[in-house]
Design a protein around this ligand. Structure first.
Ligand code: KMT
Ligand code: NI
Length: 179
């Protein structure tokens, strides 16, 4: 999956916003963003996903389709919510089955946005505590498997002084400091 620095220009969030500066995979490693490429199955079996899930203790999963049809009345509000800068107290694990989109993650300590383009077969894990956001791209469609450890803890904590002090955020910063 391709990663590059976001250009920070205003305009359509679905546009690529490619600054032309690529991001080295080592930078993603440093901020704790895990990536795998696992070809999408045609028979509904996902042995490689199952192996990662076993190893990392992801017990549950579901599938979300982000399209106007898939989300219905919730579409506009969801699209807006996904693109608010936030963090979670657990990992955000997404395996793209169809379509594509962008996960933006904050580099630390530069605070630059890194845009990661995902498409079918990309499995990405955003660590607990990392500031991030998501948008569809101009294809306007993604179908993704969401994996989670126990109960889904989707609660987004939007970035502010209180979230900066959240123990999961603080723990994340400690973890990446020693990498
Ligand atoms: C999220 O939590 O941001 C989402 O589920 C949207 C992205 S899923 C490809
Ligand atoms: Ni999120």
């Amino acid at each position: 999956m391709r990663a590059y620095y976001f250009d920070d220009l205003p305009g359509d969030q679905r546009a690529p916003h490619d600054s032309g500066k690529p991001v080295d995979p080592a930078v993603l490693d440093k901020i704790g963003v895990l990536r795998w490429q696992i070809p999408v199955s045609t028979n509904g079996q996902y042995p490689e996903i199952d192996a990662v899930a076993r190893e990392r203790d992801y017990k549950n999963r579901d599938v979300i389709t982000i399209t106007k049809e898939g989300l219905g009345e919730l579409y506009e509000s969801k699209i807006k919510m996904f693109y608010e800068e936030h963090m979670h107290e657990d990992e955000e694990i997404r395996y793209t089955l169809e379509g594509s989109g962008y996960f933006d993650v904050r580099e630390h300590p530069s605070d630059s946005w890194i845009r990661i383009a995902v498409s079918a077969g990309d499995l990405i894990v955003l660590p607990a505590g990392i500031y991030h956001r998501f948008t569809l791209d101009r294809r306007n469609m993604i179908k993704a498997m969401r994996l989670f450890k126990d109960e889904p803890k989707w609660t987004p904590y939007n970035r502010d002084a209180e979230t900066d002090a959240n123990p999961h955020r603080q723990q994340y910063l400690k973890t990446i400091a020693v990498n």
